[in-house]
Every structure is written in structure tokens, then in C-alpha cells.
Design a protein around this ligand. Structure first.
Ligand code: PMP
Length: 358
């Protein structure tokens, strides 16, 4: 007889967050514009460091991640003791929920917010609370109005995914100052590097005791497949997160690749410039085809169609033509498709195919 062991209540009604397919059956040379990856791949410096670190696979990795934390701290002007590294920023989000939100607690995320916030909150046993946005932009007043004495975490991505919109530093500071005493504001800066001069919220982290910033190597650094992210917060909070972190959560090749990538500032600069130029071109070309989008601050645009039917038909047409983009109906945006800014050839191709569809 098979014994059925029941999972924690509430776990199974989570819509599974999936990265999306990377191939289309029967279609060769697919262009994947669905996961906001860097179209230029990983920097050579990171590939070389990864290969070199793979010589000692029989050794357990370093557990304190000091070299990577120091590199991150040097580049961003931060205190390395307030940095924690994880398996993607997903793992930092998980640590925050595990450490700070349990049964009976509330975790706030916003209407079009990134899916992992809800999933991690539920997995920790907490209650996710969804707050409406205003025209696809995070609404600070609505978040403050939704806070209760049970609110433990508030997640905001800035720039946001999948909308690409941003809220200003003054609004963020107002939110941090207005939260109830037991709540932590998590500023998810997965796309912060695409905004020139933006610190992702690190100055606010340093000015307060209730703000944590998360960052990733998966986007501008082109290391989505390597899985490294980091968090920056008050030392007391980082100490707590380190107690839920497994000692060997990152391998030496992961650590080495990320360290090389973060020190490769020319690469980051070049990728940001290319993204800014190609994103503007893509948005304008789609607008000319009658497909508008909000101003995006990240490495994707959210293309708006007349209705869900048109968006889904366009998605099918793109797929049949070897282009994968992302449907975002699960994020409350059924009439939209999220399109990653690719290299120049991919941008031209996606515009050409959407032009044929329209
Ligand atoms: N935050 C946001 C807003 C994201 O879009 C993503 C990835 N899609 C992540 C966090 C997680 O990225 P990773 O785990 O690869 O660092």
C-alpha cells in the first residue's frame, strides 16, 4: 500500500513558478526572449574563473564566501559583513521568509509583483497579501494601508518584473519609514544594474534598520545558469539569514564566476549601454506597429495588446516562428507579453514577426 504523506496546508494551491521553455518542438534556431537573460551570455572573465575553479571538485567549498562578499563590497562601496550570498536571489528571498515569516504572519507583495514572493511566503507557512498597483506601478500608499500588526515582510522589485516600471527613492524611503515596527522592507534589485547610477537601495539599507536589498548575477552579469545572488542588510538581519543558510549553499565554480563577473565593470557598462539602446529601438518599433509599452527601466519590455485573445494569438504566432516570449496572465496582465531585449538581430526578428502578425 502506498502511504500518502500530506504536505503543509496551502502549499499545493501555489501556481508553480516556471522559468519557461527554451525550445519549440520542430523549430530550430529558436530565439529565447522569455527569461530576461543577457543576450551576450556570460563575460569571458567569469567563464575562465568558473573553469579554473572546477579543478578541485573533490573539495568542499569555502563556507563564508568572503572573497565574493569582498568583491561585491569593493565594487558597490558596501560593508562585506552585511552581505550574504545565495543560490540566486531566489534563495535570499527564501531565507527572508523562512527566518521572518511563519504561520499567522503576513507577507505583502504587489498586484504584478514577482512570483517568488508569494511562493516563498506560502512555503514558510505565512499568508501572502496582494496589494493593488496603480497603472502597473507599485502604490506606496496602498501598501501602507494594507499593513497590519502581522505584516512581517514587504517585497518590492525596483525596477519591477514584469512591468519594468520603477518607483522613486523618495517613495521608497517613505514606505520604509511608514512600515510597522516589526516589518522588513525587501528591495529586490534584480534589474538595478540596468539603471545607470542606481544603487538598488543600498543607501537606504545603511540609513535604516528595517530594509534589506537583494541582487542577482542572473541578469546583467549573464550568469543565470550558474545561480548566484546576494543580499545586503543590517548586520543583525544578515546574521539571522546566515543561520538559515546551509554552510555549503554555493560551490567554488559558482563563487569564482560571480567574483570575476562583479569585478568586470567594462562588461557591465557595455551590456547596460547595449540594453538601453536596443530597448528604446524595440519599444519604438513595436509602438509603430500599434503595440504600446510602458517606459521600461529593465532588460525587457511589457508589450500591451488589445485583449487577452490578441496577446495569446501573437504569442502562438511568435512561437510558430521560433521566438519564445513570456505570457504574463498569471501576473494579472493577460493582455500583455513580456519580451526580453535581445541582441540586435533578435530585436529585429521579433519586430518583423510581430509586424507580420499585426
Ligand atoms: N527578482 C526578480 C524581480 C526577478 O525577476 C528574478 C528572476 N526572474 C529574481 C528575483 C530571481 O532571480 P535569481 O534567483 O536568478 O537571482
Amino acid at each position: 500500500m502506498t502511504r500518502v504523506i500530506e504536505p503543509q496546508p496551502g502549499i499545493l494551491d501555489i501556481a508553480l513558478y516556471q522559468g519557461g521553455a527554451s525550445h519549440v518542438p520542430g523549430v530550430e534556431n529558436v530565439i529565447k526572449l522569455s527569461s530576461n537573460e543577457n543576450p551576450f551570455g556570460a563575460p569571458e572573465s567569469a567563464k575562465a574563473a568558473f573553469a579554473k575553479a572546477a579543478h578541485n571538485l573533490h573539495r568542499y567549498p569555502n563556507t563564508d564566501h568572503y572573497a565574493l562578499r569582498k568583491a561585491i563590497a569593493d565594487v558597490h562601496g558596501l560593508d562585506p559583513d552585511c552581505v550574504i550570498c545565495g543560490v540566486g536571489s531566489d534563495e535570499i528571498i527564501t531565507f527572508l521568509c523562512q527566518a521572518y515569516a511563519g504561520v499567522g504572519d503576513e507577507v505583502i507583495y504587489t498586484e504584478h509583483g514577482f512570483g517568488m514572493y508569494k511562493i516563498s511566503a506560502k512555503a514558510a507557512g505565512a499568508t501572502p497579501v496582494c496589494v493593488p498597483e496603480r497603472e502597473r506601478v507599485v502604490d506606496v500608499d496602498a501598501i501602507l494601508a494594507a499593513c497590519t500588526e502581522r505584516t512581517k515582510l514587504v517585497f518590492i522589485a525596483n525596477p519591477a518584473n514584469p512591468t519594468g516600471t520603477m518607483i522613486g527613492q523618495r517613495d521608497i524611503a517613505r514606505l520604509a519609514a511608514g512600515l510597522p515596527g516589526q516589518a522588513i522592507l525587501v528591495l529586490d534589485g534584480a534589474y538595478a544594474e540596468f539603471v545607470e547610477g542606481f544603487d538598488g537601495g543600498s543607501a537606504l539599507v545603511e540609513a535604516r534598520d528595517n530594509v534589506v536589498m537583494t541582487r542577482t548575477f542572473s541578469k546583467i552579469y549573464g550568469l543565470g545558469g550558474v545561480r548566484v545572488g546576494w543580499g545586503y542588510g543590517p548586520r543583525e538581519i544578515i546574521d539571522v539569514l546566515n543561520r538559515v543558510r546551509g554552510p555549503f549553499n554555493l560551490s567554488e565554480p559558482q563563487l569564482a564566476a560571480a567574483e570575476a563577473a562583479v569585478r568586470d565593470r567594462d562588461w557591465v557598462e557595455k551590456c547596460r549601454e547595449d540594453n538601453t539602446r536596443l530597448r528604446a529601438w524595440l519599444a519604438e518599433a513595436l509602438m509603430e506597429l500599434g503595440v504600446p509599452s510602458d517606459t521600461s527601466c529593465a532588460n525587457f519590455i511589457l508589450a500591451r495588446f488589445t485583449d487577452q485573445e490578441e496577446a495569446e494569438a501573437c504569442d502562438e504566432f511568435l512561437k510558430a516562428n521560433g521566438i519564445i516570449v513570456r505570457r504574463v496572465g498569471g501576473y494579472g496582465l493577460p493582455n500583455c507579453l513580456r519580451i526580453t531585449v535581445g541582441d540586435e538581430a533578435s530585436c529585429r526578428r521579433v519586430v518583423h514577426v510581430i509586424g507580420q502578425f499585426m
